[in-house]
Design a protein around this ligand. Structure first.
Ligand SMILES: [Zn+2]
Length: 175
C-alpha cells in the first residue's frame, strides 16, 4: 500500500509544529487560521525556495493538492477548483491546503521520507497520517476549541463538521 515511510512523529510533536507555525506569523489566538494567506503570501517571505501554485484540474487529475520538491525548491500545487472553494471558506478545501503545508514542513523541507518496502507501517511513520494529523491540529487547535460543540468549532475554525468532531473527540479523550 504505502511506498514511503517517514521518520515517526507523535501527535504531540505535530501539535507543537502546528502551534509554532501559528506563532511564527502571530496567529496563535486566531480561531480561523488564514490558511491561504499563509500558503500563498507569508511562507514565500520566509522561504525563498518555496512557491505556491494554483493549477488546472487536468494537471493534478484526481489529486486536490500536491507538494513537490525539486532540488532545493518546494512547490505546493493546489487544484484551481479546490483553491476557489478554500478562498470561499469551504472547510474541506481549507483542509487540503493545510494538509499540503504539513507535507511541506514535515516531508519536503526536512528529508524524512524513506522508501518503504512492504511490511507493517506504524501509524506515526505514515506520511499521510502525519499530514492529516497536522491539518487537524493546525485548523482546530486544542488551546482554543476545548469545550466547544463540533458544529460551533466547524463554523468558527472553517473546517468540516467531521474534522471538528474528530479533533474534539481526541481532546476530550485527553490526547
Ligand atoms: Zn497527503
Amino acid at each position: 500500500m504505502h511506498s514511503f515511510k517517514a521518520t515517526p512523529i507523535k501527535r504531540s510533536a505535530i501539535r507543537e509544529l502546528a502551534l509554532n507555525l501559528r506563532k511564527t506569523f502571530g496567529f496563535e489566538q486566531d480561531l480561523r487560521f488564514p490558511i491561504l494567506e499563509v500558503a500563498e503570501l507569508l511562507l514565500p517571505q520566509l522561504d525563498r525556495h518555496y512557491s505556491f501554485e494554483v493549477v488546472e484540474a487536468d494537471v493534478l487529475g484526481s489529486s486536490h493538492g500536491l507538494t513537490e520538491r525539486e532540488g532545493e525548491h518546494v512547490t505546493i500545487k493546489i487544484r484551481d477548483d479546490v483553491y476557489e472553494l478554500a478562498y470561499q471558506g469551504a472547510g474541506r478545501d481549507r483542509g487540503t491546503v493545510a494538509h499540503e503545508i504539513g507535507h511541506y514542513l514535515m516531508h519536503a523541507r526536512s528529508t524524512t521520507l524513506h522508501r518503504h518496502f512492504g511490511g507493517k507501517l506504524d501509524t506515526c511513520e505514515d506520511p499521510e497520517w502525519q499530514a492529516k494529523c497536522f491539518q487537524g491540529e493546525l485548523l482546530v487547535p486544542k488551546h482554543l476549541v476545548q469545550g466547544m460543540t463540533a458544529a460551533r468549532a466547524a463554523e468558527i475554525c472553517g473546517v468540516s463538521v467531521c474534522a471538528a468532531e474528530y479533533q474534539l473527540r481526541l481532546y476530550e479523550s485527553g490526547k
